[in-house]
Ligand binder design. Structure first.
Ligand SMILES: O=C(O)CCC(=O)C(=O)O
Ligand SMILES: [Fe+2]
Length: 185
């Protein structure tokens, strides 16, 4: 994790993306039950980068100029290509992300995910999946930071963002991914 963009640029990106993104409020089906997703999302990618999780199939929106510029900067910093990005919008302290691993088959055996944080600092909790000797850790993600998850991170850990009782402002995360095209995984 490292500081990637300056605080004032992060603030203006937050404002721009909040206003200009066609945010979705989705309902997930988990074990046959319907749940409103506790945050808003938007999925962008190259044509054909379809992604599905928790019973939700998502077709990508076409890249905007702004997101393409950010993708190029993140690719340069990570020396890694990304063909899609999932945006998460946490409106306040009541929005959250349940504990999960990004281990869908589309992402391949060792997913590389670069996550850019804008706005309110939230803590990404990591909990071990199958090694009881490992302890959960909390990673605070300041505005403008870039987190790279790769290798066995998804295999060995779950991660998520808990609700808070402390009032919090909005946060957007941009999670850049590589989705294997059918037949190329
Ligand atoms: O908002 C975050 O930092 C976490 C996002 C995440 O885990 C995901 O999009 O899979
Ligand atoms: Fe994730």
């Amino acid at each position: 994790m490292r500081q990637f963009i300056a605080a004032d640029r992060a603030e203006s990106l937050l404002a721009q993306l909040t206003a200009d993104t066609p945010w979705r409020a989705d309902t997930l089906t988990l074990f046959g039950k319907q749940h409103a997703q506790p945050r808003l999302t938007a999925w962008y990618g190259d044509p054909g980068c379809n992604y599905s999780y928790s019973g939700l199939a998502m077709r990508p929106l076409l890249w905007t100029g702004l997101l393409q510029r950010l993708r190029a900067e993140v690719e340069h910093a990570c020396r890694q290509q990304f063909n899609s990005v999932l945006l998460n919008y946490y409106r306040n302290q009541r929005d959250s992300m349940g504990m999960h691993s990004d281990d869908e088959p589309e992402l391949g055996p060792a997913p590389v995910i670069a996550s850019l944080s804008l706005g309110e600092q939230r803590t990404l909790k990591f909990a071990p999946r199958n090694n009881p000797q490992l302890r959960a850790i909390g990673l605070p993600l300041p505005s403008g930071s870039l987190l790279l998850m790769q290798g066995d991170t998804q295999r060995n850990w779950k991660h998520g963002i808990a609700k808070s009782t402390r009032p919090m402002g909005p946060r957007i995360s941009l999670t850049f991914r590589w989705i294997g095209k059918p037949g190329k995984i």
